[in-house]
Design a protein around this ligand. Structure first.
Ligand SMILES: Cc1ncc(C[n+]2csc(CCOP(=O)(O)OP(=O)(O)O)c2C)c(N)n1
Ligand SMILES: [Mg+2]
Length: 320
């Protein structure tokens, strides 16, 4: 009898939800893995296809549409962002550096897949045929705006295009900051247990507006949270349109055929712009006048004195 009991203990007990092994050594699970979860990509830093990438052929038509919509998104952003700076609209957020996330994920979904966006995904609407005029009507809150001017700018929505009015299934898109909300955790848990065919697409750009992710969470990004809730998850290079397209297509297939949720973490990096040299400090005061007036010369002097006093508070990569 005693012998049998011992055997039972070492081999582990079956709980209603699965079998768990017993051990006699007290061991706290580490708060992190030695290695971070790797990031799936098909294009290298120069945008060249990585050799041996087993990419499905994307038709030329889809590839060209993806490229041109990414360019259109950038142009729309430039115009609306400047309109906002000029005070003509009260608010705007751009999708700079997240063009592939926007457009490639939209391209991989079907037009009748319902999208619940946050606010940095207008490219999905653009892909589905929302016109520049419709975007402008919303931003300016005029009579033609579907929201009748009642929402802040960029709170687009379209019943026709299966795009919920911005506030945040098959697809659900949000930022890393969104995952710091309790709702995100409740949603993952519900989706896992209810076996909801939802794709959770997280754009991890490292910031919740001005709050860095180190002040938001200590986990290895978002991808590990999916596993914690029992959801198949993947980390993907969000700057790689082909990898995003392919991943969302596969995620959609799994969500529908297996009736279960999927979590996709898209890492956003604006490395090229970030690594490019900064202009010298003096440029702040040049370009407008042939000879800078005395107030500008005084401001420059004060700025240089302040930087000398508090060098740690100023970026070290700006040439003095
Ligand atoms: C419930 C709630 N809390 C706070 C805010 C204020 N807020 C607006 S955007 C934002 C940061 C979101 O960051 P993230 O999800 O990473 O999106 P990103 O801007 O980086 O694309 C916050 C805190 C909000 N809109 N809603
Ligand atoms: Mg963010």
């Amino acid at each position: 009898m005693k012998h049998n009991y011992y055997k039972l203990v070492v081999s582990g007990l079956g709980f209603s939800w699965g079998k768990v092994a017993y051990i006699s050594e007290m061991r706290f699970i580490s708060e992190s893995n030695d290695k971070r979860i790797p990031c799936y990509r098909l294009l290298d830093d120069n945008g060249e296809l990585i050799e041996d990438s087993d990419i499905d052929q994307i038709s030329k038509e889809v590839a060209v549409k993806m490229y041109s919509e990414m360019v259109t998104l950038q142009m729309m952003d430039t115009i609306f962002y400047e309109a906002q700076r000029q005070g003509r609209i009260s608010f705007y957020v751009t999708s700079v550096g997240e063009e592939a996330t926007n457009i490639a994920s939209a391209a991989a979904l079907a037009a009748d897949d319902v999208v619940l966006p946050q606010y940095r995904e207008p490219g999905v609407l653009l892909w589905r045929g929302f016109t520049l005029e419709e975007f402008a009507n919303q931003c300016f809150g005029n009579k033609a705006d579907y929201g009748k001017g009642r929402q802040m700018p960029i709170h687009y929505g379209s019943k026709k295009l299966n795009y919920f009015t911005v506030s945040s299934p098959i697809a659900h898109i949000f930022g890393d900051g969104g995952t710091s909300e309790g709702d995100f955790h409740a949603a993952l848990n519900f989706a896992a247990v209810m076996e909801a065919p939802v794709i959770f697409i997280c754009r991890n750009n490292g910031w919740a507006i001005s709050t860095h992710i180190t002040e938001q969470f200590r986990s290895d990004g978002i991808v590990v949270k999916g596993q914690a809730y029992g959801i198949q998850s993947i980390r993907v290079d969000g700057n790689d349109a082909l990898a995003v397209y392919r991943t969302i297509r596969a995620a959609r297939e799994i969500a529908i055929s297996e009736q279960r949720p999927i979590l996709v973490e898209l890492l956003q990096a604006i490395q090229v712009a970030e690594k490019t040299e900064k202009p010298p400090l003096g440029n702040l005061f040049s370009d407008v006048y042939d000879l800078p007036p005395s107030n500008l010369r005084e401001q420059e002097k004060q700025l240089r004195e302040t930087i000398n006093r508090h060098p740690q508070d100023y970026p070290s990569d700006v040439p003095m």
